[in-house]
Design a protein around this ligand. Structure first.
Ligand code: ATP
Ligand code: MG
Length: 139
């Protein structure tokens, strides 16, 4: 299994509800290393660009509004099979279908406000990491 990097976001609901520490604790307990981290507040335009893959979906406008509604935490996570390990910790998009013990199952209150984002593959991860971090911001 290869060492990978993936992008993780704690979405505005997770930050507002005081769950930053809880989420990071789960990553660290699973052995994922944090290689970069910052808090930022996306503009509508930046949120639109980040989720452009979903621009034809009916929920896109709401998603953009939600993702730009407050501060988020962006992180680069690194570890063996990091993309899938992070997706497994997050659980399914819809918290009602997420496995017990996953972040989304434990904390989400709707399909939209599902606390965390994680890259869905190694190629996406590279694009998404470049969206948020430059080389000076990585260790
Ligand atoms: P993410 O990309 O945020 O990690 P994901 O890969 O599990 O989540 P996607 O299908 O990429 O799910 O959807 C992106 C985000 O859009 C979801 O995390 C959720 O916040 C929102 N979303 C997805 N489906 C719906 C829906 N049916 N109604 C409202 N919001 C949705
Ligand atoms: Mg996705």
């Amino acid at each position: 299994m290869a060492i990978e990097q993936t992008l993780s976001l704690i979405k505005p609901d997770g930050v507002a509800r005081g769950l930053i520490g809880e989420v990071i604790d789960r990553f660290e307990r699973k052995g994922l290393k944090i290689r970069a981290m910052k808090m930022l507040h996306l503009t509508r335009e930046q949120a639109r660009a980040f989720y452009t893959v979903h621009k034809e979906r009916p929920f896109y406008a709401r998603l953009v509004k939600f993702m730009s509604s407050g501060p988020i935490v962006a992180m680069i996570l690194e570890g063996e099979n990091a993309v899938q390990v992070n997706r497994d910790l997050m659980g399914a998009t819809d918290y009602r279908q997420a496995a017990p013990g996953t972040i989304r199952r434990d904390f989400s209150r709707s399909i939209e406000k599902n606390l965390v984002h994680g890259s869905d593959g190694p190629d996406t991860a590279m694009t998404e990491i470049a969206f948020f971090f430059n080389d000076l911001e990585k260790v």
